[in-house]
Write a protein that binds this ligand. Structure first.
Ligand code: HEM
Length: 503
Protein backbone atom coordinates (compact mmCIF):
# COMPACT_ATOMS: atom_id res chain seq x y z
CA UNK A 1 0.00 0.00 0.00
CA UNK A 2 1.48 3.43 -0.92
CA UNK A 3 1.75 5.81 1.98
CA UNK A 4 1.13 9.52 2.09
CA UNK A 5 3.29 11.39 4.56
CA UNK A 6 3.21 14.99 5.62
CA UNK A 7 5.73 16.53 7.96
CA UNK A 8 4.97 15.45 11.51
CA UNK A 9 2.26 12.97 10.47
CA UNK A 10 3.69 9.83 8.80
CA UNK A 11 1.45 7.15 7.28
CA UNK A 12 -1.54 9.45 6.85
CA UNK A 13 -3.86 6.73 5.46
CA UNK A 14 -3.19 4.43 8.36
CA UNK A 15 -3.77 7.30 10.70
CA UNK A 16 -7.09 8.21 9.05
CA UNK A 17 -8.23 4.59 9.09
CA UNK A 18 -7.39 4.24 12.78
CA UNK A 19 -9.25 7.47 13.53
CA UNK A 20 -12.31 6.24 11.63
CA UNK A 21 -12.29 2.92 13.52
CA UNK A 22 -11.95 4.66 16.89
CA UNK A 23 -14.77 7.05 15.97
CA UNK A 24 -17.03 4.19 14.90
CA UNK A 25 -16.32 2.36 18.16
CA UNK A 26 -17.08 5.50 20.10
CA UNK A 27 -20.37 6.13 18.31
CA UNK A 28 -21.51 2.54 18.68
CA UNK A 29 -20.33 2.24 22.29
CA UNK A 30 -22.22 5.45 23.07
CA UNK A 31 -25.40 4.14 21.55
CA UNK A 32 -25.15 0.93 23.60
CA UNK A 33 -24.10 2.57 26.86
CA UNK A 34 -26.54 5.47 26.57
CA UNK A 35 -28.55 6.07 29.71
CA UNK A 36 -32.32 6.32 29.39
CA UNK A 37 -34.84 7.48 31.98
CA UNK A 38 -36.35 3.98 32.02
CA UNK A 39 -34.85 0.58 31.19
CA UNK A 40 -35.05 -0.67 27.63
CA UNK A 41 -37.24 -3.77 27.07
CA UNK A 42 -35.46 -7.06 27.87
CA UNK A 43 -33.17 -8.42 25.19
CA UNK A 44 -30.89 -11.38 24.53
CA UNK A 45 -27.15 -10.88 25.12
CA UNK A 46 -25.57 -8.60 22.49
CA UNK A 47 -22.12 -8.84 20.91
CA UNK A 48 -19.69 -5.93 21.12
CA UNK A 49 -20.18 -3.31 18.37
CA UNK A 50 -22.54 -5.30 16.15
CA UNK A 51 -25.11 -5.79 18.90
CA UNK A 52 -27.74 -8.35 17.84
CA UNK A 53 -26.77 -8.38 14.16
CA UNK A 54 -26.06 -12.10 14.39
CA UNK A 55 -28.91 -12.80 16.83
CA UNK A 56 -31.82 -11.60 14.67
CA UNK A 57 -32.83 -14.70 12.70
CA UNK A 58 -33.00 -14.71 8.91
CA UNK A 59 -35.62 -17.47 8.87
CA UNK A 60 -38.73 -17.95 11.00
CA UNK A 61 -38.05 -14.79 13.00
CA UNK A 62 -41.60 -14.91 14.42
CA UNK A 63 -40.87 -18.18 16.24
CA UNK A 64 -37.60 -16.91 17.71
CA UNK A 65 -39.14 -13.62 18.88
CA UNK A 66 -42.05 -15.52 20.40
CA UNK A 67 -39.57 -17.68 22.34
CA UNK A 68 -37.70 -14.63 23.67
CA UNK A 69 -40.98 -13.00 24.77
CA UNK A 70 -41.85 -16.17 26.69
CA UNK A 71 -38.36 -16.51 28.16
CA UNK A 72 -38.31 -12.88 29.40
CA UNK A 73 -42.02 -12.90 30.26
CA UNK A 74 -42.33 -9.59 28.45
CA UNK A 75 -44.59 -8.47 25.59
CA UNK A 76 -41.73 -6.30 24.26
CA UNK A 77 -38.30 -7.57 23.29
CA UNK A 78 -35.47 -5.24 22.36
CA UNK A 79 -32.62 -5.62 19.85
CA UNK A 80 -29.84 -3.30 18.78
CA UNK A 81 -28.38 -3.71 15.32
CA UNK A 82 -25.35 -1.53 14.58
CA UNK A 83 -26.71 1.15 16.89
CA UNK A 84 -30.32 0.93 15.57
CA UNK A 85 -33.05 0.26 18.13
CA UNK A 86 -35.53 -2.49 17.32
CA UNK A 87 -38.52 -3.49 19.40
CA UNK A 88 -40.74 -6.47 18.68
CA UNK A 89 -44.29 -6.34 20.08
CA UNK A 90 -45.49 -9.85 20.89
CA UNK A 91 -48.99 -9.33 22.26
CA UNK A 92 -52.09 -7.86 20.70
CA UNK A 93 -52.50 -5.58 23.72
CA UNK A 94 -49.03 -4.08 23.42
CA UNK A 95 -49.46 -3.59 19.65
CA UNK A 96 -52.90 -2.01 20.08
CA UNK A 97 -51.66 0.24 22.90
CA UNK A 98 -48.58 1.36 21.02
CA UNK A 99 -49.47 1.28 17.34
CA UNK A 100 -53.16 2.17 17.48
CA UNK A 101 -53.05 4.74 20.25
CA UNK A 102 -49.67 6.05 21.25
CA UNK A 103 -46.48 6.06 19.28
CA UNK A 104 -46.46 8.06 16.09
CA UNK A 105 -45.23 5.64 13.53
CA UNK A 106 -44.39 5.83 9.88
CA UNK A 107 -44.19 3.15 7.24
CA UNK A 108 -40.69 1.94 6.55
CA UNK A 109 -39.05 1.85 3.11
CA UNK A 110 -41.83 3.85 1.40
CA UNK A 111 -42.47 7.40 2.58
CA UNK A 112 -44.38 10.35 1.20
CA UNK A 113 -45.44 8.81 -2.10
CA UNK A 114 -46.79 5.71 -0.35
CA UNK A 115 -48.72 7.92 2.05
CA UNK A 116 -50.31 9.74 -0.85
CA UNK A 117 -51.36 6.41 -2.36
CA UNK A 118 -52.91 5.41 0.95
CA UNK A 119 -54.98 8.57 1.14
CA UNK A 120 -56.10 8.14 -2.44
CA UNK A 121 -57.03 4.49 -1.84
CA UNK A 122 -58.66 4.68 1.55
CA UNK A 123 -62.03 5.97 0.36
CA UNK A 124 -62.25 3.31 -2.33
CA UNK A 125 -62.02 0.38 0.09
CA UNK A 126 -64.32 1.07 3.01
CA UNK A 127 -66.81 -1.69 3.89
CA UNK A 128 -69.60 0.11 2.05
CA UNK A 129 -67.64 1.20 -1.03
CA UNK A 130 -66.35 -2.30 -1.84
CA UNK A 131 -69.92 -3.43 -2.53
CA UNK A 132 -69.49 -2.03 -6.06
CA UNK A 133 -66.74 -4.58 -6.69
CA UNK A 134 -68.74 -7.61 -5.56
CA UNK A 135 -69.77 -8.65 -9.06
CA UNK A 136 -66.08 -8.78 -10.02
CA UNK A 137 -65.20 -11.00 -7.07
CA UNK A 138 -68.15 -13.33 -7.77
CA UNK A 139 -67.38 -13.62 -11.49
CA UNK A 140 -63.70 -14.29 -10.88
CA UNK A 141 -64.37 -16.86 -8.12
CA UNK A 142 -66.78 -18.75 -10.39
CA UNK A 143 -64.37 -18.52 -13.29
CA UNK A 144 -61.57 -19.94 -11.12
CA UNK A 145 -63.60 -22.84 -9.74
CA UNK A 146 -64.89 -23.65 -13.26
CA UNK A 147 -61.31 -23.74 -14.44
CA UNK A 148 -60.44 -26.17 -11.64
CA UNK A 149 -63.29 -28.45 -12.82
CA UNK A 150 -61.78 -28.35 -16.32
CA UNK A 151 -58.18 -28.99 -15.25
CA UNK A 152 -57.82 -29.94 -11.55
CA UNK A 153 -54.00 -30.39 -11.44
CA UNK A 154 -53.66 -26.69 -12.40
CA UNK A 155 -55.61 -25.54 -9.35
CA UNK A 156 -52.72 -23.45 -8.04
CA UNK A 157 -52.49 -21.54 -11.31
CA UNK A 158 -56.21 -20.83 -11.24
CA UNK A 159 -56.16 -19.57 -7.63
CA UNK A 160 -53.24 -17.30 -8.55
CA UNK A 161 -55.14 -16.06 -11.53
CA UNK A 162 -58.23 -15.45 -9.39
CA UNK A 163 -56.33 -13.27 -6.91
CA UNK A 164 -54.52 -11.34 -9.66
CA UNK A 165 -57.62 -10.93 -11.81
CA UNK A 166 -59.67 -9.43 -8.95
CA UNK A 167 -57.11 -6.73 -8.12
CA UNK A 168 -56.21 -6.03 -11.76
CA UNK A 169 -59.88 -5.44 -12.56
CA UNK A 170 -60.46 -3.36 -9.44
CA UNK A 171 -57.22 -1.40 -9.80
CA UNK A 172 -57.23 -0.79 -13.54
CA UNK A 173 -60.45 -2.22 -14.99
CA UNK A 174 -58.33 -4.71 -16.92
CA UNK A 175 -59.86 -8.18 -17.49
CA UNK A 176 -57.83 -11.37 -17.94
CA UNK A 177 -59.57 -13.01 -20.89
CA UNK A 178 -57.70 -16.20 -21.72
CA UNK A 179 -55.18 -18.66 -20.26
CA UNK A 180 -52.47 -17.08 -22.45
CA UNK A 181 -53.46 -13.46 -21.75
CA UNK A 182 -50.29 -11.29 -21.53
CA UNK A 183 -51.60 -9.81 -18.27
CA UNK A 184 -51.12 -13.22 -16.64
CA UNK A 185 -47.36 -12.99 -17.23
CA UNK A 186 -47.23 -9.34 -16.13
CA UNK A 187 -49.06 -10.29 -12.93
CA UNK A 188 -46.89 -13.38 -12.34
CA UNK A 189 -43.65 -11.37 -12.77
CA UNK A 190 -44.87 -8.62 -10.44
CA UNK A 191 -45.89 -11.25 -7.87
CA UNK A 192 -42.41 -12.76 -8.03
CA UNK A 193 -40.83 -9.33 -7.67
CA UNK A 194 -42.72 -8.64 -4.44
CA UNK A 195 -42.50 -12.06 -2.83
CA UNK A 196 -38.81 -12.87 -2.52
CA UNK A 197 -37.11 -9.93 -0.84
CA UNK A 198 -35.99 -11.73 2.33
CA UNK A 199 -37.31 -11.24 5.87
CA UNK A 200 -38.12 -7.60 6.68
CA UNK A 201 -35.55 -6.09 8.99
CA UNK A 202 -32.77 -8.53 8.24
CA UNK A 203 -31.02 -6.58 5.46
CA UNK A 204 -28.43 -3.87 6.02
CA UNK A 205 -30.41 -1.59 3.70
CA UNK A 206 -33.28 -1.65 6.24
CA UNK A 207 -31.08 0.19 8.73
CA UNK A 208 -28.71 2.08 6.45
CA UNK A 209 -30.85 3.14 3.43
CA UNK A 210 -27.87 4.83 1.74
CA UNK A 211 -26.33 1.38 1.12
CA UNK A 212 -28.80 0.94 -1.75
CA UNK A 213 -26.52 3.17 -3.82
CA UNK A 214 -23.57 0.77 -3.40
CA UNK A 215 -22.83 -1.69 -6.21
CA UNK A 216 -23.54 -5.42 -5.72
CA UNK A 217 -19.86 -6.35 -5.41
CA UNK A 218 -19.56 -4.08 -2.36
CA UNK A 219 -22.79 -4.80 -0.54
CA UNK A 220 -23.79 -8.35 -1.58
CA UNK A 221 -27.34 -8.07 -0.23
CA UNK A 222 -30.05 -10.53 -1.34
CA UNK A 223 -32.73 -7.89 -0.73
CA UNK A 224 -30.99 -5.24 -2.82
CA UNK A 225 -30.01 -7.62 -5.61
CA UNK A 226 -33.58 -8.90 -5.81
CA UNK A 227 -34.96 -5.34 -5.91
CA UNK A 228 -32.52 -4.39 -8.68
CA UNK A 229 -33.08 -7.52 -10.76
CA UNK A 230 -36.87 -7.32 -10.56
CA UNK A 231 -37.62 -3.60 -10.64
CA UNK A 232 -38.58 -3.91 -14.34
CA UNK A 233 -41.49 -6.20 -13.40
CA UNK A 234 -42.97 -3.62 -11.04
CA UNK A 235 -42.38 -0.91 -13.64
CA UNK A 236 -44.24 -2.96 -16.26
CA UNK A 237 -47.13 -3.53 -13.88
CA UNK A 238 -47.32 0.24 -13.35
CA UNK A 239 -47.08 1.10 -17.03
CA UNK A 240 -48.89 -1.46 -19.21
CA UNK A 241 -52.35 -1.59 -17.55
CA UNK A 242 -52.33 2.17 -16.90
CA UNK A 243 -51.56 2.92 -20.54
CA UNK A 244 -54.51 0.68 -21.49
CA UNK A 245 -56.88 2.33 -19.02
CA UNK A 246 -55.85 5.84 -20.14
CA UNK A 247 -56.58 4.92 -23.74
CA UNK A 248 -59.99 3.51 -22.82
CA UNK A 249 -60.73 6.48 -20.58
CA UNK A 250 -60.01 8.89 -23.41
CA UNK A 251 -62.22 6.82 -25.72
CA UNK A 252 -64.97 6.73 -23.07
CA UNK A 253 -64.91 2.92 -22.87
CA UNK A 254 -63.08 2.34 -19.56
CA UNK A 255 -64.67 -0.02 -17.04
CA UNK A 256 -65.32 0.80 -13.37
CA UNK A 257 -62.05 0.68 -11.38
CA UNK A 258 -59.97 2.67 -8.92
CA UNK A 259 -58.06 4.20 -11.85
CA UNK A 260 -61.26 5.21 -13.66
CA UNK A 261 -62.80 6.72 -10.49
CA UNK A 262 -59.68 8.81 -9.88
CA UNK A 263 -59.24 9.77 -13.54
CA UNK A 264 -62.84 10.95 -13.65
CA UNK A 265 -62.32 13.13 -10.58
CA UNK A 266 -59.05 14.44 -11.99
CA UNK A 267 -60.65 15.33 -15.34
CA UNK A 268 -63.65 17.02 -13.65
CA UNK A 269 -61.37 19.17 -11.51
CA UNK A 270 -59.36 20.16 -14.56
CA UNK A 271 -62.49 21.03 -16.48
CA UNK A 272 -63.74 23.25 -13.67
CA UNK A 273 -60.32 24.85 -13.16
CA UNK A 274 -60.08 23.37 -9.64
CA UNK A 275 -56.75 22.26 -8.20
CA UNK A 276 -56.04 18.51 -8.21
CA UNK A 277 -54.64 17.14 -4.96
CA UNK A 278 -53.03 14.26 -6.84
CA UNK A 279 -51.25 14.01 -10.17
CA UNK A 280 -51.70 11.39 -12.90
CA UNK A 281 -48.58 9.65 -11.58
CA UNK A 282 -50.29 9.29 -8.17
CA UNK A 283 -53.33 7.71 -9.81
CA UNK A 284 -51.04 5.31 -11.62
CA UNK A 285 -49.12 4.47 -8.41
CA UNK A 286 -52.26 4.03 -6.32
CA UNK A 287 -53.87 1.72 -8.89
CA UNK A 288 -50.69 -0.35 -9.11
CA UNK A 289 -50.43 -0.62 -5.33
CA UNK A 290 -53.86 -2.28 -5.26
CA UNK A 291 -52.27 -5.07 -7.28
CA UNK A 292 -48.91 -5.07 -5.49
CA UNK A 293 -50.42 -5.13 -1.99
CA UNK A 294 -53.44 -7.25 -2.84
CA UNK A 295 -52.50 -9.99 -5.29
CA UNK A 296 -50.01 -12.26 -3.53
CA UNK A 297 -51.65 -11.70 -0.16
CA UNK A 298 -55.12 -12.67 -1.39
CA UNK A 299 -53.70 -15.66 -3.24
CA UNK A 300 -51.73 -16.82 -0.17
CA UNK A 301 -54.79 -16.54 2.07
CA UNK A 302 -57.01 -18.37 -0.43
CA UNK A 303 -54.44 -21.17 -0.63
CA UNK A 304 -54.15 -21.49 3.16
CA UNK A 305 -57.96 -21.64 3.23
CA UNK A 306 -58.06 -24.49 0.68
CA UNK A 307 -55.37 -26.37 2.64
CA UNK A 308 -57.37 -26.16 5.85
CA UNK A 309 -60.62 -27.15 4.16
CA UNK A 310 -58.83 -30.25 2.89
CA UNK A 311 -57.26 -31.04 6.27
CA UNK A 312 -60.52 -30.53 8.18
CA UNK A 313 -63.40 -32.38 6.47
CA UNK A 314 -65.72 -31.66 9.43
CA UNK A 315 -65.22 -27.90 8.91
CA UNK A 316 -65.84 -28.30 5.17
CA UNK A 317 -69.06 -30.26 5.73
CA UNK A 318 -70.36 -27.83 8.35
CA UNK A 319 -69.81 -24.93 5.94
CA UNK A 320 -71.53 -26.85 3.14
CA UNK A 321 -74.53 -27.65 5.34
CA UNK A 322 -74.84 -23.93 6.12
CA UNK A 323 -74.69 -23.00 2.41
CA UNK A 324 -77.22 -25.69 1.48
CA UNK A 325 -79.58 -24.43 4.18
CA UNK A 326 -79.34 -20.75 3.22
CA UNK A 327 -78.64 -20.82 -0.53
CA UNK A 328 -79.88 -24.27 -1.60
CA UNK A 329 -78.38 -26.08 -4.56
CA UNK A 330 -80.22 -24.39 -7.43
CA UNK A 331 -77.95 -21.37 -7.55
CA UNK A 332 -74.40 -20.40 -6.59
CA UNK A 333 -73.70 -18.45 -3.39
CA UNK A 334 -73.10 -14.72 -3.75
CA UNK A 335 -71.69 -12.01 -1.51
CA UNK A 336 -75.26 -10.88 -0.83
CA UNK A 337 -75.66 -14.14 1.18
CA UNK A 338 -72.75 -13.30 3.42
CA UNK A 339 -74.72 -11.91 6.34
CA UNK A 340 -76.53 -15.24 6.65
CA UNK A 341 -73.45 -17.45 6.30
CA UNK A 342 -71.60 -16.69 9.50
CA UNK A 343 -69.70 -19.95 9.77
CA UNK A 344 -67.97 -19.11 6.48
CA UNK A 345 -66.93 -15.78 8.00
CA UNK A 346 -65.45 -17.69 10.94
CA UNK A 347 -63.50 -19.86 8.48
CA UNK A 348 -62.06 -16.77 6.75
CA UNK A 349 -61.11 -15.20 10.10
CA UNK A 350 -59.54 -18.47 11.25
CA UNK A 351 -57.44 -18.68 8.07
CA UNK A 352 -55.81 -15.30 8.84
CA UNK A 353 -55.25 -16.20 12.48
CA UNK A 354 -53.98 -19.72 11.84
CA UNK A 355 -51.14 -18.39 9.72
CA UNK A 356 -50.68 -14.61 9.42
CA UNK A 357 -48.96 -14.03 6.10
CA UNK A 358 -46.79 -11.20 7.47
CA UNK A 359 -45.86 -13.05 10.66
CA UNK A 360 -43.69 -10.28 12.11
CA UNK A 361 -45.59 -7.51 10.39
CA UNK A 362 -44.37 -4.63 8.31
CA UNK A 363 -41.91 -2.51 10.30
CA UNK A 364 -43.02 0.88 11.62
CA UNK A 365 -40.77 3.55 13.10
CA UNK A 366 -41.33 5.62 16.23
CA UNK A 367 -41.07 9.36 15.82
CA UNK A 368 -40.81 10.23 19.52
CA UNK A 369 -39.50 8.77 22.79
CA UNK A 370 -42.09 6.67 24.58
CA UNK A 371 -42.44 4.60 27.74
CA UNK A 372 -44.55 1.48 27.90
CA UNK A 373 -44.99 -0.45 31.17
CA UNK A 374 -41.80 1.22 32.43
CA UNK A 375 -39.88 0.13 29.32
CA UNK A 376 -38.24 2.84 27.25
CA UNK A 377 -38.72 3.01 23.48
CA UNK A 378 -36.27 5.56 22.06
CA UNK A 379 -37.25 7.83 19.20
CA UNK A 380 -36.37 6.26 15.84
CA UNK A 381 -36.95 2.68 17.03
CA UNK A 382 -37.99 0.18 14.36
CA UNK A 383 -41.14 -1.44 15.69
CA UNK A 384 -42.28 -4.89 14.54
CA UNK A 385 -45.51 -6.57 15.60
CA UNK A 386 -45.35 -10.34 15.89
CA UNK A 387 -48.82 -11.28 14.69
CA UNK A 388 -47.84 -14.94 14.76
CA UNK A 389 -47.11 -14.74 18.51
CA UNK A 390 -50.47 -12.98 18.95
CA UNK A 391 -52.23 -15.77 17.07
CA UNK A 392 -50.69 -18.30 19.45
CA UNK A 393 -51.37 -16.37 22.69
CA UNK A 394 -52.65 -19.08 25.07
CA UNK A 395 -54.41 -16.49 27.23
CA UNK A 396 -56.67 -15.67 24.25
CA UNK A 397 -56.76 -18.74 22.00
CA UNK A 398 -57.26 -22.22 23.38
CA UNK A 399 -55.49 -24.97 21.42
CA UNK A 400 -54.13 -22.23 19.13
CA UNK A 401 -52.46 -24.67 16.68
CA UNK A 402 -55.84 -26.17 15.79
CA UNK A 403 -57.82 -24.79 12.85
CA UNK A 404 -61.11 -24.21 14.60
CA UNK A 405 -63.61 -21.67 13.19
CA UNK A 406 -65.96 -22.57 16.07
CA UNK A 407 -63.68 -20.73 18.48
CA UNK A 408 -65.35 -17.47 17.37
CA UNK A 409 -68.91 -18.62 17.96
CA UNK A 410 -70.44 -16.55 20.80
CA UNK A 411 -70.54 -18.22 24.22
CA UNK A 412 -74.33 -17.90 24.41
CA UNK A 413 -74.51 -20.06 21.27
CA UNK A 414 -72.26 -22.72 22.76
CA UNK A 415 -68.94 -21.52 21.26
CA UNK A 416 -65.74 -20.29 22.89
CA UNK A 417 -66.42 -16.59 22.10
CA UNK A 418 -62.77 -15.96 21.23
CA UNK A 419 -62.05 -12.65 19.46
CA UNK A 420 -61.12 -12.26 15.79
CA UNK A 421 -57.45 -11.39 15.31
CA UNK A 422 -56.98 -8.26 13.22
CA UNK A 423 -53.17 -8.26 13.62
CA UNK A 424 -52.58 -10.08 10.27
CA UNK A 425 -53.77 -6.84 8.61
CA UNK A 426 -51.61 -4.55 10.74
CA UNK A 427 -52.29 -1.76 13.18
CA UNK A 428 -52.91 1.94 13.53
CA UNK A 429 -52.65 4.44 10.76
CA UNK A 430 -51.00 1.99 8.41
CA UNK A 431 -53.53 -0.81 8.80
CA UNK A 432 -54.23 -2.64 5.52
CA UNK A 433 -56.44 -0.54 3.29
CA UNK A 434 -57.73 -3.60 1.43
CA UNK A 435 -58.63 -5.84 4.37
CA UNK A 436 -62.41 -5.85 3.77
CA UNK A 437 -61.91 -6.44 0.08
CA UNK A 438 -59.42 -9.24 0.70
CA UNK A 439 -61.68 -11.04 3.15
CA UNK A 440 -64.62 -10.74 0.76
CA UNK A 441 -62.48 -12.28 -2.02
CA UNK A 442 -61.42 -15.24 0.12
CA UNK A 443 -65.01 -15.63 1.36
CA UNK A 444 -66.60 -15.82 -2.11
CA UNK A 445 -63.90 -18.18 -3.39
CA UNK A 446 -64.41 -20.52 -0.42
CA UNK A 447 -68.23 -20.30 -0.70
CA UNK A 448 -68.16 -21.15 -4.42
CA UNK A 449 -65.70 -24.02 -3.91
CA UNK A 450 -67.56 -25.56 -0.97
CA UNK A 451 -70.93 -25.26 -2.71
CA UNK A 452 -69.80 -27.00 -5.90
CA UNK A 453 -66.74 -29.22 -5.31
CA UNK A 454 -65.65 -32.12 -3.12
CA UNK A 455 -62.04 -31.92 -2.02
CA UNK A 456 -59.82 -34.44 -0.28
CA UNK A 457 -56.20 -35.36 0.33
CA UNK A 458 -54.63 -36.99 -2.74
CA UNK A 459 -54.46 -40.78 -2.84
CA UNK A 460 -51.59 -43.04 -3.93
CA UNK A 461 -51.92 -45.95 -6.40
CA UNK A 462 -53.37 -48.18 -3.63
CA UNK A 463 -55.95 -45.55 -2.75
CA UNK A 464 -54.21 -44.61 0.51
CA UNK A 465 -54.36 -40.89 1.40
CA UNK A 466 -51.05 -39.02 1.09
CA UNK A 467 -50.47 -36.56 3.95
CA UNK A 468 -49.72 -32.97 2.84
CA UNK A 469 -47.69 -30.31 4.61
CA UNK A 470 -47.67 -26.58 4.16
CA UNK A 471 -44.38 -24.68 4.03
CA UNK A 472 -44.05 -20.88 3.91
CA UNK A 473 -41.54 -18.66 2.13
CA UNK A 474 -39.64 -15.86 3.84
CA UNK A 475 -40.27 -12.30 2.71
CA UNK A 476 -42.08 -9.04 3.36
CA UNK A 477 -45.07 -11.31 3.30
CA UNK A 478 -44.57 -15.07 3.39
CA UNK A 479 -46.39 -17.39 1.05
CA UNK A 480 -47.56 -20.98 1.17
CA UNK A 481 -45.74 -23.54 -0.95
CA UNK A 482 -47.33 -26.19 -3.18
CA UNK A 483 -49.39 -29.08 -1.86
CA UNK A 484 -51.41 -31.69 -3.64
CA UNK A 485 -55.13 -32.33 -3.33
CA UNK A 486 -57.98 -33.99 -5.20
CA UNK A 487 -60.99 -32.07 -6.55
CA UNK A 488 -64.24 -33.53 -7.90
CA UNK A 489 -67.41 -31.64 -8.86
CA UNK A 490 -70.04 -32.25 -6.21
CA UNK A 491 -72.76 -33.07 -8.77
CA UNK A 492 -73.69 -32.61 -12.42
CA UNK A 493 -75.97 -29.79 -11.33
CA UNK A 494 -73.12 -27.95 -9.61
CA UNK A 495 -70.97 -28.43 -12.70
CA UNK A 496 -73.73 -27.01 -14.91
CA UNK A 497 -74.20 -23.98 -12.63
CA UNK A 498 -70.49 -23.23 -12.85
CA UNK A 499 -70.41 -23.72 -16.62
CA UNK A 500 -73.15 -21.09 -17.05
CA UNK A 501 -70.94 -18.48 -15.41
CA UNK A 502 -67.91 -18.75 -17.73
CA UNK A 503 -67.19 -15.59 -19.69
C1 HEM B 1 -55.49 -11.33 2.78
C2 HEM B 1 -54.88 -10.39 2.08
C3 HEM B 1 -54.11 -9.27 2.68
C4 HEM B 1 -53.29 -9.26 3.78
C5 HEM B 1 -52.95 -10.42 4.70
C6 HEM B 1 -52.77 -7.92 3.90
C7 HEM B 1 -51.91 -7.51 4.90
C8 HEM B 1 -51.40 -6.24 5.01
C9 HEM B 1 -50.47 -5.80 6.04
C10 HEM B 1 -49.94 -6.68 7.16
C11 HEM B 1 -50.20 -4.51 5.82
C12 HEM B 1 -49.27 -3.61 6.65
C13 HEM B 1 -50.06 -2.93 7.74
C14 HEM B 1 -49.21 -2.22 8.77
O1 HEM B 1 -48.13 -1.75 8.45
O2 HEM B 1 -49.62 -2.11 9.94
C15 HEM B 1 -50.92 -4.12 4.62
C16 HEM B 1 -50.86 -2.86 4.06
C17 HEM B 1 -51.54 -2.51 2.92
N1 HEM B 1 -52.44 -3.27 2.21
FE1 HEM B 1 -52.95 -5.15 2.62
N2 HEM B 1 -53.26 -7.15 2.88
C18 HEM B 1 -54.09 -7.93 2.12
C19 HEM B 1 -54.81 -7.56 1.00
C20 HEM B 1 -54.82 -6.30 0.46
C21 HEM B 1 -55.61 -5.90 -0.69
C22 HEM B 1 -56.58 -6.77 -1.47
C23 HEM B 1 -55.31 -4.60 -0.94
C24 HEM B 1 -55.91 -3.78 -2.04
C25 HEM B 1 -56.49 -2.68 -1.91
C26 HEM B 1 -54.34 -4.17 0.08
C27 HEM B 1 -53.80 -2.92 0.17
C28 HEM B 1 -52.89 -2.53 1.14
C29 HEM B 1 -52.24 -1.24 1.14
C30 HEM B 1 -52.44 -0.13 0.12
C31 HEM B 1 -51.40 -1.21 2.27
C32 HEM B 1 -50.49 -0.09 2.73
C33 HEM B 1 -51.17 0.72 3.77
C34 HEM B 1 -50.31 1.89 4.24
O3 HEM B 1 -49.13 1.79 4.21
O4 HEM B 1 -50.86 2.90 4.64
N3 HEM B 1 -54.09 -5.23 0.90
N4 HEM B 1 -51.66 -5.18 4.16
Amino acid sequence: MDTVTIPGIPHLRLYLLATAVVLAIWVLARSFAKRYPHPLPPSPPAEPLIGHLRTVPLENAHLVHMRYAKEYNSPLVYFNILGNHIVVLNTNKAATDLLDRRVTLTFMRYGAQWKMHRTVLQNNFTKSSIVKYQYIQEQEARQAVSSIVRDPPQWLLFTRRFASAVVLRIGFGVTIQRDDDPYIQIAADANLATSKGGNPGTALVDYAPWTRFLPDWVINSITLRHAREWSWAIRRLHDVPFAAVLKEFDAGTSKPSVATTLLTKHAENEKQGLPNEFALADIQGASASVFIAGSNTTWGTTTVCIFNLMQNPAVFQKARAEIDRVVGTDRLPSLADRAQLRYLDYIVEEVSRWRPLSPIGIPHRSTQDDVYNDMFIPRGTYVYYNSYAMSRDPSIYRDAEAFSPDRYMPKEEGGAGEPFLSAPFGFGRRICVGRHLAQASVWIFAATLIATMDISKPADAEGKEREQHLKFSTGLSSHPGYFDLAFRPRSEKAKALLAQTMY
